[in-house]
Design a protein around this ligand. Structure first.
Ligand code: KG4
Ligand code: ZN
Length: 356
């Protein structure tokens, strides 16, 4: 069967045709219209502008997804759309578009939780994991750990108590001159910092971690892992400490090493994720680990997670970078399992900003 997946929860308008044969997925098209250029000059996503841009893009994106896949609407067996969480004015665009298509063409419609969508990107890889497993979604708006008991049964077992990891990279990145979204630029700058500190071109993480001498006290930052036997994070403390550190350098006029700072900041963010996932995997021996979402593109996080999975003797599934950011294929994959479970949405489907 073919599914048509829609996504418009933030600043990407996306549509994808996903083919499913005997439970195996083939991405026939995955079209993403990014609004990054539009929002860049504001330093972040402007919700009102995002909604308008989705409206302008969605018809074109849908036609492109269908034509690239070589199918027409009459071939589509199910339409899947992100209904929550996200920016309400943004979500409503794909929800209403999907409803109109589904109702007028009598195609079954399912709603998808954006976070389940991110994690379902794992099912689009060559060796898809099978539940149960531990999954983490790291994105601009979320830092959440789940016990995935079944394809549609997720239990939230840890999350951020305030800001998300991606937002923490974007906000502080902006302050050190990296354009929005700062994730990829931060990643590259931190690499320079790790290389300079350790004198190693590659495989610097373990050395940096093992030797406090590589970590200059001038760039010391607090861990965003909440103390104790929980799986929670607090990125606002890390952000505030980073802002204070930047002010101190500004006030004293001391030479500021952007790369050393980016490395120290990345180190704390990545180690906090590794620390909490270490606890989660210890509580669920043998469970595979899935990490997805925009921040799962971070090269340092990817390398650190490999070491963590090896320590636990388990498999790690990191979707390719192209599927880590917002896209329609991941929504179609999550939607397929909702469809199999019998979930159906109708013309009354609405959008919700919150996780529930
Ligand atoms: O999942 P996503 O595309 O959208 C949301 O649902 O939020 O995630 C976007 C986030 C942004 O904060 C962006 O800076 C971050 O993912 N990001 C990265 C990297 N690439 C993108 N963060 C760290 N390192 C990266 N290489
Ligand atoms: Zn997302």
């Amino acid at each position: 069967m073919y599914l048509l997946g829609f996504e418009s929860s933030c600043d990407e308008t996306a549509a994808s045709v996903l083919e499913v044969t005997d439970g195996r997925f083939v991405i026939r098209s995955n079209i993403v219209a990014s609004q990054i250029e539009i929002h860049r000059r504001f330093g972040g996503v402007v919700p009102e502008i995002a909604g308008r841009a989705h409206i302008e893009a969605i018809s074109r994106i849908t036609e492109e997804a269908l034509s690239t896949a070589g199918v027409s609407l009459s071939d589509i067996g199910c339409i899947a759309v992100t209904s929550h969480p996200g920016l309400i004015g943004a979500l409503l665009v794909a929800v209403n578009f999907a409803k109109a298509l589904a109702v007028s063409n009598e195609i079954p419609l399912v709603e998808v939780d954006h976070m389940k969508g991110h994690i379902s990107a794992a099912y689009l890889t060559e060796t898809p994991p099978a539940p149960p497993f531990i999954a983490m979604a790291v994105s601009g708006g979320h830092t959440s750990i789940y016990e995935v008991k079944d394809y549609t049964d997720y239990t939230l077992i840890g999350s951020t108590r305030d800001d998300a990891i991606g937002e923490a990279f974007d906000k502080i990145g902006r302050l050190i001159g990296i354009p929005y979204p700062a994730g990829a630029g931060f990643d590259a700058l931190a690499r320079e910092g790790f290389q300079k500190a350790t004198g190693r071109e590659t495989d610097f993480w373990d050395a940096y971690r093992a030797s406090p001498a590589y970590r200059s006290p001038a760039y010391h930052l607090p861990s965003p892992a909440v103390m104790g036997d929980n799986l929670d994070f607090s990125f606002s403390g890390l952000k505030t400490a980073a802002i204070n550190l930047l002010h101190r350098f500004e006030q004293t006029g001391e030479a500021f090493d952007r790369a050393a700072f980016a490395a120290a900041y990345t180190y704390e963010a990545v180690e906090a994720v590794a620390k909490k996932l270490d606890i989660a995997l210890s509580r669920h021996p043998g469970y595979p680990l899935v990490v997805s979402g925009g921040v799962a593109a971070n090269s340092h996080l990817r390398a650190r997670l490999k070491t963590l999975a090896d320590k636990h003797g388990t498999t790690l599934c990191l979707p390719p970078v192209s599927l880590c950011g917002d896209n329609g294929a991941m929504i179609a994959a999550a939607g397929y399992y909702e469809y199999l479970a019998g979930a159906r949405a109708d013309a009354h489907l609405g959008a919700r900003a919150s996780d529930e």
